[in-house]
Design a binder for this molecule. Sequence first.
Ligand SMILES: [Zn+2]
Length: 323
Amino acid sequence: MTELASGMRWIRLPVPGGLSHINVWLIADHDGWTLVDTGMGIDPVTTAWEDLLQQLGATPIRRIIVTHHHPDHFGQAAWLAERCNVEVWMTDAEFDSALGPRHIDPLERASQRRLRLEKNGMSISDDIAPFLSGKGYQRIISGIPEKIRPIRDGELVTIGDRQWQIIVTAGHANGHAALYCEPIGTLISGDHVLPTISPNISLWSEDSAADPLEDYLSSFARFRELPAETLVLPSHGRVFHGLHERLDELEAEHCVALETALAACESPQSAADLIPVLFPRKLDSLNTLLAFGETMAHLRYLLRTEALSQISDTATIRYRRTT
Ligand SMILES: [Zn+2]
């Protein structure tokens, strides 16, 4: 736990795998703290929180705000909310994502997803199976919090004696909430803007109009409105200045990926064919799944801008350049 100049506290919690950590934030509130994001629902993080709560002593957590439903952000929300007897503030879209599709049986969902992967040229290894049913997610969250307070885009939340504006954008997650405090020029960017890695932008929706990459890139206008000197507090990596430059870099990375995919589609390619083209490094099974989702997001973007057409005359869906 590190104190920032604004009086906020920066806490780093462990995340297994390549990410290695998540940053969560304490903002001074009346008689305590508002916590933004919670860490993954796994034992080492619960142990870390036991210790941190003791350090906080007489200034307890009064409220929890969650940027989005991913397990490293939302994982400890239920446990901490019960422990501290507080509400969890998050967007409706993210709460829905955390609950998962209620109208569909997990096994049915897994088989639908498996079918979709196979149609796109993917072969499914056994270790990917839990991620298809949603069971993998449930294992790394502490549960669903009882008391939820919905937050909305543009809402001003008073924390201590300052107001924070909620900025809801889609792309990485449907209802991802960032928080901006003008008086201290600080943006809690969640996973939406990260300093060294590009957040995963995946297409999983069955909706033919879904276009998460377009959602993501068009959201940048919202962040470009913020002052260039804004201090960015991201969920992974170090706090940084240079928000506008970072947005330019992220946009350029996606443009390169789109160009690369388009060039490869001179001859028909399936989504599976394109994964090693877009992600040349070796990937474990979870990252292969994330890479598949991200490849699908880029293909959807190119399909919707009519740069690619879809060929479905064989068992596997393939894409070809239109010009
Ligand atoms: Zn995330």
